[in-house]
Ligand binder design. Structure first.
Ligand code: GLN
Ligand code: ZN
Length: 757
């Protein structure tokens, strides 16, 4: 038996890459120093995987920002505006990823999107009519050689041509089909380069195959690989899929000349059925994704081995692997000192998953696994009841939810009138999404308090000062609906996780979200409930400083769930309803305390939309939307409920979004084209909207004219009395200076527009 890892987290054990890259951005270290750090990280993890006995170790899973961007750059898919920047290749790369504003020019970043159904974001490469696709870089080869020099023979990985073609944005008149031949040739050069270097296996990641595919899609896939695989000579090619099953092309795929096919047995609901029904060719290797690359619970060895034996007995040549890249789980449990063994023993992060793989490999080769300690320990683990995980009261409360608990009265139109009269906002009211820059002092204060280095009063006083400072700033800027700034929050989900019962939280369990940004998802350990108000004091204090409405700021149940590691022993719907009831209590407490505008962020609602459309409602929206309604159905007509989403791709679920029945929704819009606007109009979207007028993922300051023209474009499709003016998202990752400059221009744009109306 052999083992394979699809990809490994690349930020380093303690986010070393993040810190080095940020230093590089600030000019504190140079390119060579950044490369030195990244080289150390890569070497470390190759040696680590090799020491754990992993047989197929990935290389080129490393990236300074994003792998899909790397792939685009490797094949010369670089828009003209970046080519023309007179900067080093490294800075050009980062300009594509995060924009560039400096001596060499001013360009925005490429768009960023969620990577399939994960919370990782990829950079959307753009291709122009005169782009010449060709092999134009050496990153994968360099990293292969680097690993080899460290004594590890790797399996280089890259996004496959089909997935790349499907995710590219075509900005000219040429379409996907026009580039196929050129792209195949470029990939051929890639393959033959590895052949020269003596690689044994190479891996093409084709996660796009787990979507609903049309016949044309399948034909395109076949066309690409029939041609590409002609050139492979002695090298072995692994087609790797993940995030689901490949039911629409399984039969086609197994007939192609791949040497290995990687299938997801965790998220692929139909994977086993497909293998059983259509068989698996015995001249190929099945890389079976059995160790969950997305969740953090220990693998159930008995179950896994049953699957492995089933495959082996069917005469299939099996390799045990991860279900997807381990990029989506934290690095190691070794740095978790606060959680007791009662908890730790149920968990497994990337490093521990390597141990699981190697134990599974030994067990699979052993005729009598029951004679092994590792096996028996695992059996025992799955037979015991986890400590502190059940709460009957919570279960009962969920069981008692009535249909009417999902309905807010009076209906939207009536509420809208009442609120307009009540608040008396000007046209195009201005607001921000919640957080203000988390500057070094803010982080230091929180961390000192967490480490017990300062007393609570000192911690609170500091935050109050910050709040007061920013209330004043917002008043001076003349923003209409204020926020307190979220200085007390490390992360919009972890903050709530830490205060809710039923959660456990980690110290160093970071997962990359995009670029240098990492998040630390809390773990839903048991039944979730709220035993005290979580945000009321901060909001009440902030409101006491101003006559303008101060938005209460909460995270919604679907997002809390989607950005946590979920349980595997109860349904996700059940967990979400539990959280919804807890947030509902918080909403009602805020209202009682005099907070009249409450924002409930559902930043991640779309993220877990099943990849297959046919599953959207039945597997997800049918409970996700009601759980949001459950949160706010108890408030008065005068209380204005906002929600926020970190994306604008909801054209296809627009009625579901409107059905959340919020009063105002703000969302990301500046980095994606404004397509959503048409569909708001066509669908008679009732909720008031604030499509973000500038990109907060980049330090670039938008000009007033730029914002105004974005707003004018919006006004072509949105009624003037429904349009709000706000940035794309929270400002916590930004510096103070650029934030002030940007918000100044934002308010100015809104005011100038009011003049024209
Ligand atoms: N209220 C949060 C903030 O402003 C929202 C963040 C998000 O949508 N990701 O930071
Ligand atoms: Zn957002």
């Amino acid at each position: 038996m052999k083992t394979s890892v699809i990809g490994f987290p690349r930020v380093g054990t303690l986010r070393e890459l993040k810190f080095a890259t940020e230093k590089f951005f600030r000019g504190e270290i140079n390119e060579d120093e950044l490369k030195l750090t990244s080289g150390k990280i890569r070497k470390n993890q190759w040696l680590l995987q090799s020491s754990k006995g992993i047989d197929y170790i990935a290389s080129n899973d490393f990236s300074f920002y994003d792998n899909l961007l790397d792939t685009a750059v490797l094949f010369n898919i670089i828009p003209e505006r970046y080519v023309n920047l007179d900067v080093s290749p490294m800075w050009r790369y980062f300009a594509m990823a995060r924009g560039y504003q400096g001596e060499a020019g001013d360009v925005k970043a490429l768009a960023m999107k969620k990577w399939f159904n994960t919370n990782y974001h990829y950079i959307v490469p753009e291709i122009e009519d005169d782009t010449q696709i060709k092999l134009a870089g050496s990153k994968p080869f360099d990293e292969y050689e680097e690993a080899k020099a460290a004594g590890v023979k790797t399996k280089p990985v890259i996004a496959g041509p089909f997935t790349l073609l499907k995710l590219l944005k075509y900005t000219g008149s040429k379409k996907c089909d026009d580039y196929v031949d050129e792209l195949i040739n470029a990939y051929k050069s890639y393959v033959s380069e590895f052949e020269k270097l003596g690689a044994e296996w190479i891996q093409f990641d084709e996660p796009f195959l787990v979507h609903d595919l049309t016949n044309d899609d399948v034909a395109l896939f076949e066309k690409i690989y029939k041609e590409l695989l002609k050139c492979k000579g002695s090298i072995k090619v692994l087609l790797q899929t993940y995030f689901g099953d490949i039911r629409d092309c399984y039969e086609n795929v197994v007939k192609l000349d791949f040497d290995g096919i990687g299938l997801d047995f965790i998220e692929g609901r139909k994977t086993i059925e497909l293998v059983e029904k259509y068989g698996f060719p015995n001249d190929k290797v099945l890389f079976a994704g059995l160790v969950n690359g997305k969740n953090i619970w220990k693998n159930n060895y008995k179950k896994t081995l049953e699957t492995v034996y089933g495959l082996k007995n069917a005469g299939i040549n099996v390799v045990i692997g991860t279900s997807c890249s381990l990029l989506h789980v934290p690095y190691t449990l070794e740095n978790e000192s606060r959680l007791s063994e009662d908890y730790i023993k149920h968990l497994s992060f990337a490093v521990e998953k390597l141990t699981e793989l190697s134990q599974l490999k030994n067990l699979a080769d052993n005729k009598n696994p029951a004679s092994e300690k590792a096996y028996n320990d695992n059996i025992e683990l799955f037979s015991i009841k986890r400590v502190n995980s059940f709460n009957d009261k919570v279960k009962k409360r969920v069981a008692d939810i009535k249909e009417s608990d999902f309905v807010r009265l009076p209906a939207f139109n009536e509420r809208e009138k009442i609120q307009k009269a009540e608040f008396g906002f000007p046209m195009f009211p201005t607001t921000t999404i919640g957080s203000f820059p988390q500057t070094a002092d803010v982080k230091a204060n929180r961390s000192a308090y967490k480490k017990n280095e300062i007393p609570k009063e000192e911690y609170v006083d500091f935050n109050k000062k910050k709040i007061a400072e920013w209330v004043k700033i917002q008043e001076d800027l003349d923003i209409d609906v204020l926020v307190h700034g979220e200085f007390e929050r490390n992360d919009m989900v972890e903050y709530f996780g830490e205060q809710l019962d039923g959660y456990v939280f980690t110290e160093k369990a970071w997962v990359q979200s995009y670029g240098t940004r990492c998040v630390k998802p809390p773990v839903i350990w048991g039944d979730v409930s709220r035993n005290h108000p979580m945000t009321v004091d901060w909001s009440v204090y902030a409101q006491s400083l101003t006559d303008r409405p101060m938005k209460g700021m909460l995270t919604g149940p679907v997002t809390i769930l989607n950005w946590s590691f979920p349980r595997e022993d109860v349904s996700i719907k059940e967990s979400t309803y539990q959280i919804a009831l807890a947030i509902r209590d918080e909403v009602l407490d805020l209202e009682k305390a005099g907070i009249s505008v409450i924002q409930v962020d559902e930043a991640a609602l779309r993220e877990k939309l099943p990849l297959r459309k046919t599953d959207w409602y039945s597997q997800y929206l049918d409970w996700a939307i009601p759980s949001f309604r459950l949160v706010h159905s108890g408030v008065k007509a005068e209380t204005q409920i906002h929600t926020h989403m970190c994306y604008s791709e909801f054209t296809d679920i627009i009625t579901a979004i409107d059905d959340m029945d919020a009063d105002v929704i703000t969302f990301e819009a500046s980095r994606s084209d404004l397509q959503i606007l048409d569909s708001l109009k066509e669908n008679n979207f009732k909720t008031e909207v604030g499509p973000g007028v500038y990109d907060i993922h980049s330090p670039r300051v938008p000009s007033t004219d730029e914002i105004k023209s974005a707003l004018k474009k919006m006004l072509e499709k949105i009624d003037a009395d429904k349009l709000w003016v706000n940035p794309d998202c929270g400002l916590k990752t930004r510096g103070e200076k650029e934030t002030l400059a940007s918000l100044y221009n934002l308010v100015k744009a809104a005011k100038e527009l009011r003049e024209e109306y």
